[in-house]
Design a protein around this ligand. Structure first.
Ligand code: SF4
Ligand code: SF4
Length: 423
């Protein structure tokens, strides 16, 4: 037997522990065992110790290539058709001019002809007998600038899935400014279950970043619109984009949201993502390297949002996001298809079109050919079972992998599980 590559030793409350990101086991260990593990001298273990460690996944058979197993699982699930995700952008226009956003020069919305082609593209994909579930995400630009397109297409997609016995779920990523009583009712009627709305902190922080074209703040209108969702069958995740300039503000936002008394609204912080378009402009303000990310996730105001999980909640990750899944797509208003949300509107990033579905080999190689299980930084990393190499787009921008939130939060969740076990 040999030690698993995914073992992590750590000290907590004057005791030593061993955990494993693959098996999620936790074991209290003495200083001798800790030394044996850290120095990789498995011969020094007794038969009983070896068998206990093997039982909990801390030791594996000599002939097992653990990375090979992860790669096998990943390749299998990357091609799995049972769940398919389609992100649809009915327009790239937006009514906001957020300070960190790249604004597309493209005006206009999806024509009737493209709408029909998009539906046909999706129907052909999900018609596969192996497909069981369809997830639609409306994105933009601001998708509610053209609500009729969204409502009509969503309804057709819902009907198709219903007739063909497929699970259907649908959500919108919106700035929330254009919601009104009538529109909320229409969204519910056409089977939208979830909204993601961004509020970048409480009023003062939000209004300095998420502004209308004329520079006016947008907090008050969005907050009032959230009141329309009280007692409605729509869940809302309120995303707060965090960089070094507004880190403290999430606590104030949470206080404002609590006043809405709507348990369907959940706040969550998210790091401002760097994209090709504004990489140099905002890089300085963002949490960028490992030490800055550690500071972000360890910040007392932020950490409580990430540390509500037990370690057993961390599932195995076969690929980082849907951009690496062969059967998930992002579609823009002119029928171009991409793998990554951040690619929308960028000609060089087009994967195929809804009419000509021949994939672009350059995009296939970057997103579908990506293999973190051969990447130098990741193969020796104990977090690879719950990270899978991080975001491909960030890898492209940075020339190295960006470690994901699980790496920075897993040990805290292990400590939480230890505490729960003691109670
Ligand atoms: S590749 Fe990265 S930026 Fe693109 S959708 Fe996935 S996580 Fe987002
Ligand atoms: S991206 Fe970072 S955390 Fe993720 S597997 Fe690679 S080295 Fe580990």
């Amino acid at each position: 037997m040999k030690f698993s590559k995914f073992n992590i030793t750590f000290d907590y409350n004057n005791k030593s522990y061993l955990t494993n990101t693959f098996s999620k086991s936790i074991l209290e260990i003495d200083s001798r065992i800790k030394r044996i593990i850290e120095n990789n001298i498995s011969d020094a273990l007794s038969k009983n110790e070896e068998s206990l460690l093997g039982e909990h996944g801390f030791m594996v058979n000599e002939s097992i290539d653990e990375i090979g197993l992860l790669r096998y699982r990943s390749n299998k699930l990357k091609n799995d058709k049972s769940e398919m995700e389609f992100v649809i952008c009915p327009t790239l226009e937006c009514n906001f001019s957020c300070t960190y956003c790249f604004e597309s020069p493209r005006k206009g919305c999806m024509s009737q002809e493209i709408q029909d082609q998009v539906l046909q593209f999706i129907f052909e994909k999900v018609n596969d007998p192996d497909n069981k579930s369809v997830h639609i995400i409306w994105f933009g630009g601001e998708p509610l600038l053209y609500p009729d397109i969204l409502l009509k297409m969503n309804d057709k997609l819902y009907q198709y899935c219903k007739e063909n016995n497929k699970l259907f779920k649908s959500e919108i990523i919106t700035n929330g400014y254009l919601l009104n009583v009538e529109l909320v009712e229409k969204l519910i009627k056409c089977h939208i279950e979830h909204l993601q709305i961004t509020l970048d902190g409480a009023k003062c922080s939000h209004d300095s970043r998420r502004i209308l074209k004329n520079g006016d703040g947008t907090f008050d209108v969005i907050y009032k619109n959230l009141e329309l969702l009280f007692n409605k069958p729509i869940t809302v995740s309120l995303r707060m984009n965090v960089d070094k300039t507004n880190l403290e503000n999430i606590a104030d936002l949470e206080k404002s949201i609590l006043k809405l008394n709507n348990p369907n609204i959940i706040c969550h912080p998210a790091i401002v993502e760097l994209s090709d378009m504004h990489f140099q402009d905002i890089k300085e303000k963002c949490f960028y390297d490992d030490s800055e990310l550690q500071m972000y996730y360890g910040h007392p105001t932020i950490s409580k949002y990430y540390n509500s999980y037990k370690c057993s909640d961390y599932g195995l990750r076969s690929f980082f996001c849907e951009a690496e899944h062969e059967h998930s797509f992002v579609i823009d208003e002119i029928g171009n298809v991409y793998k990554c949300w951040n690619s929308v509107g960028v000609d060089d990033e087009v994967y195929c079109t809804v009419k000509d579905t021949t994939p672009n080999p350059a995009i296939v190689s970057v997103f579908l050919g990506r293999d973190p299980f051969t990447e130098k930084k990741c193969v020796d990393c104990p977090y690879i079972p719950i990270c899978a190499g991080g975001c491909v787009m960030q890898k492209k921008l940075r020339n190295e992998n960006e470690c994901c939130d699980n790496k920075f939060n897993f040990l805290e969740s292990v400590k939480k599980s230890i505490n729960m076990h003691k109670e």
